[in-house]
Design a protein around this ligand. Structure first.
Ligand code: ATP
Ligand code: MG
Length: 147
């Protein structure tokens, strides 16, 4: 069983899409273990996207991610990291397939709706970054044993 980190980005909050994106996760039978609204500080954006710091579009990412609160979500399930990346779709919504979250809700790279951890290593680091070992809850659901 894996746990991964999802961020619902500012455009998702601004456009009233939190519920619709959460529904995609729940209907896939992924388990929501943690859910909180928070502001990303410039320091947090710099840390989270440090591998993009020297890109010309980094200032755009900085203002995008800090302009409105985000929703951080810890999600678990069998193969959850790859499964959530599949649900999320390609980075650029113009390349994301219909049926994926970015393909269905996003129009341009400047508003791509969601972040999802891309490997077991990043999931571990990012869950610590956004939840700091707190506010993640374990609980049982019916039929969990067959998933
Ligand atoms: P994320 O990490 O947000 O889940 P990703 O893993 O699909 O997205 P990354 O390459 O990690 O893609 O890029 C991180 C984020 O940086 C993208 O989600 C997007 O918000 C932003 N970004 C990436 N490339 C561009 C670009 N060319 N122009 C503007 N923003 C970009
Ligand atoms: Mg990424």
């Amino acid at each position: 069983m894996e746990t991964t980190l999802i961020l619902l980005k500012p455009d998702t909050v601004e456009r009233g899409l939190i519920g619709q994106v959460l529904t995609r996760l729940e209907q896939k039978w992924l388990k929501i273990n943690g859910l909180k609204m928070m502001e990303m500080t410039p320091e947090l954006v710099s840390e989270h996207y440090d591998f993009l710091a020297d890109k010309p579009f980094f200032p755009k990412i900085m203002s995008y991610m800090t302009r409105t609160p985000i929703v951080a979500i810890a999600v678990s399930g069998a193969n959850a990291i790859a499964t959530v990346r599949m649900l999320t779709g390609a980075t650029n919504p113009q390349e994301a397939l219909p049926g994926s979250i970015r393909g269905d809700f996003g129009l341009t790279i400047d508003g791509n709706i969601i972040h999802a951890s891309d490997s077991a290593e990043t999931a571990e680091v990012e869950l610590k970054r956004f939840f700091g070992g707190k506010d993640i809850y374990e609980y049982a659901r019916g039929f969990d044993d067959v998933l």
